[in-house]
Design a protein around this ligand. Structure first.
Ligand SMILES: [Mg+2]
Length: 411
């Protein structure tokens, strides 16, 4: 469903005249064409950013978020979905990166140490209160107050659980799938993921190969990348059921809340997961209200930044549903790990049945690349939100004038 992606990013940098050498860096991930549209959407937000007082903006990122999300004219292009929402996300995440750097803290720690009321002020509760009021969100955060320090220490000591998508890409031979699946287990992963949905006979065979390779104790998630209609999803999953898939990810359209609910009822006890293409907190709200998903998959760069993801994390915790972020792309592992770590310390207060996706490529372009150890993300210590790329990578790969593109004859 996402064939031939050309992993790309619209890259946003906030500069200040503070003279402290600190900048806010972030990105919106795209799969190639469309990156220029995403960049233009980010530029369209300039009037809300350029010339503002840094202390004022960073001191109230809840207000900054609302200003951009409710931009009176750009809003028409959504509302609150698609390129404009992703642009708000890029700018807001850059602001969070700058704020965390100024505080000298990694973003997860910066967020997880905020007061309950400060966290609540970051969230836009409009359209959410039939599923979660501010008082209910406060109850979630208050419940997690005891033990924050202990969990922070535990996180620093043990890291956060990850799973790997590396073995299961479509197009790998059975031998390669088997070898990579075994390697993943040897590396300490307790969950792997297979892409499915191209050919049922192939998928049944691949699932059998993977199950034999990893044994009964390792979770195997499968990901259809939206390929199916509802009935097709159910039939396909019934065929894979003997090999005990753990979750089916994106079985159908990310907008089809009722469809997910139908699939979930039909394929139980296989879990249903979605989120990497879910446009905003309102769709997540409905997925939770209708019990349409067992696993919520936030993405650092899909919605309106840290603030909207906090709303989603709070709703998921309020409904008792685990969040297992999507992270296949450019810089998404680097960024989203901070949100799961915040969730562990200050929101849900648990990592039970929670894993952050890990995809093993493109990390070399980032100033603070993720560090995996025995199937777990080591908690980053460097100040910031993780989305900063090396200046040389940005210069080399900027489209269309960077040397890497010129060498390919890009126009
Ligand atoms: Mg996926």
């Amino acid at each position: 469903m996402n064939p031939e992606p050309d992993y790309s990013a619209a890259y946003a940098v906030l500069h200040t005249d503070a003279g402290d050498g600190l900048e806010g860096h972030s990105l919106a991930f795209t799969t190639g064409r469309g990156n220029d549209i995403q960049s233009a959407a980010i530029q369209a937000l300039e009037q809300w950013v350029v010339g503002r007082r840094v202390d004022e903006v960073l001191g109230d990122l809840g207000a900054f978020s609302r200003e951009m999300v409710h931009e009176p004219q750009l809003r028409w292009l959504g509302p609150e979905k698609g390129v404009v929402q992703m642009a708000v996300g890029a700018v807001l995440n850059a602001a969070w990166d700058l704020r965390a750097k100024r505080a000298g803290q990694p973003l997860w720690q910066h967020l997880a140490r905020l007061d309950v009321e400060e966290l609540l002020d970051l969230v836009d509760f409009r359209w959410l209160t039939d599923a979660m009021t501010r008082a209910e969100a406060k109850a979630v955060l208050t419940r997690a107050l005891p033990g924050r320090e202990e969990r922070e220490a535990l996180l620093l000591e043990r890291g956060y659980p990850a799973y790997t998508t590396t073995p299961g890409w479509l197009g790998y031979s059975d031998d390669k799938l088997e070898r990579l699946a075994r390697e993943a287990v040897a590396d300490g992963f307790t969950q792997i993921k297979l892409k499915v949905g191209a050919d049922l006979t192939d998928d049944v065979r691949r699932m059998k190969v993977a199950r034999a390779a990893v044994g009964d104790d390792i979770r195997i998630a499968v990901d259809a990348n939206q390929r199916w209609d509802v009935g097709q999803a159910i039939a396909w999953m019934h065929a894979l059921a003997p090999y005990e898939p753990y979750w089916i990810e994106e079985p159908t359209s990310p907008d089809d809340v009722l469809g997910h609910a139908t699939v979930r009822r039909a394929v139980h006890p296989i879990k249903v997961a979605t989120g990497e293409h879910v446009a905003n907190r309102v769709v997540f709200k409905q997925l939770l209200q209708l019990r349409a998903v067992d696993v919520v998959q936030i993405d650092a760069a899909r919605v309106a930044g840290v603030n909207e993801n906090l709303a989603i994390l709070l709703m998921a915790a309020h409904h008792g549903v685990p969040v297992c972020p999507h992270a296949g792309g450019v810089g998404l592992c680097e960024m989203v790990q901070h949100l799961s770590m915040t969730d562990f310390v200050a929101i849900s207060g648990t990592w039970a049945d929670r894993v952050v996706e890990h995809v093993d490529h493109l990390h070399e372009h980032f100033v603070t690349p993720v560090q995996l150890e025995r199937g777990r993300y080591r908690a980053p210590l460097a100040p910031g939100g993780g989305g900063e790329m090396h200046a040389a990578s940005v210069a080399d790969y900027t489209f269309p004038d960077g040397p890497q593109w010129r060498a390919r004859g890009a126009r």
